[in-house]
Design a protein around this ligand. Sequence first.
Ligand code: ATP
Ligand code: MG
Length: 414
Amino acid sequence: MNDILPPDSARWEWFEDTVRRLMRRYAYQNVRTPIVEHTPLFVRGLGEVTDIVEKEMYSFVDSMNGDPLTLRPEGTAGVVRAMVEHNALYDGGKRLFYIGPMFRHERPQRGRYRQFHQVGVEALGYAGPEVDAEVILMCRALWQDLGLGEVRLDINSLGQADERRAHRAALIAHFEANAELLDEEARRRLHSNPLRILDTKNPAMQPLVEAAPQLMGYLGEASLKHFDALRAMLDAAGQPYRINPRLVRGMDYYNLTVFEWVTDKLGAQGTICGGGRYDGLMEMVGGKPAPGIGWGMGIERVLDLVQQLGASPPAPVPDAYAIVPDAAALPVVIRTVEALRAAGLAVQLHVGGGSMKSQFKRADASGARHALVFGGDELARGEVAVKPLRDAAAAQTAQALADVATWGPLLRTP
Ligand code: ATP
Ligand code: MG
């Protein structure tokens, strides 16, 4: 779990601002749900035989009333629960996004933390593949906004439950016929969740996994049509993708479209965003059946990538730094900097006295574009000296304190 401190926190704020602007462009609305949910929500929602539920949840018993509670390991279950609880889909679909911390008890390493942060979207109440295309393409738009050129898109279709059942039987038969090649985890999952064996990271099992029957061969007409329609829209939008038959995703709730955005610039933790359709989840959480699709994006991983090859966020520097040679001037200084701040300027006030020279040093280090010098002579004339700090050619000026509303806004960094 990390502390996020200045100056790094500026990158986070810039990222979040970028995300909020993106969401407005796609007409997705913000949703905020509690960090803590009842444990059964995740057990039911994510599936009992998933990495998260088996070994990654921070679960505890509420000592006041015995409720089994869990720090949310992901965002979808909570959002869907909230929609059900508030009957929010009564007047049609909802397109939502969230930003916030998630918790998983994993082995910490680069790009894998126990408290990490996700942006996610959930589009609920829409069955058609155009929403699949929309949520995928909004990621592309975000990569563009962040200056990330080289993120790869993998897609797959998981079909529907009956199609997966037929495939599952074939898969179990394949693995049983090669039982001696299975590792311990795979043997344990063989009958509970054989699809997850395809997700194995064990290199020794790769040949066996490569040779396994592919779900795509078991999809019916409707599932194939949905997948083909999505592909046609991605093609038309000029978004390249790779069909990855082994992309099954970690949670049980997915059906039809699943996808991941992957980069090879982050070592082993190369997936920066993953998502898919979950048409059965609303009902599983106790609501009326309604389709849904969404994705979750790991902010730490995205910011790691941004730092390597993306845009640099604008440095958060003040427009002006107020130099206070004599504490007696403070009432006038405070009145003036408040007026400037009210006009939208970022103003840093020098605190703690010291010589003019040391105050100018601080002004310089702050990155401010101007120093405001509230010297005795200036104040006696009802003025403040404005000294440009970043432009050697620009001259110092004297400005009337009474006219701060006129000259103040001109100091704003363009
Ligand atoms: P992985 O295969 O890397 O464990 P996952 O399939 O468990 O990922 P999801 O549950 O799909 O991940 O979460 C969506 C995104 O959240 C991931 O693509 C990743 O960017 C990020 N993420 C997941 N777990 C962590 C973690 N422990 N620390 C940091 N980011 C994470
Ligand atoms: Mg994981």
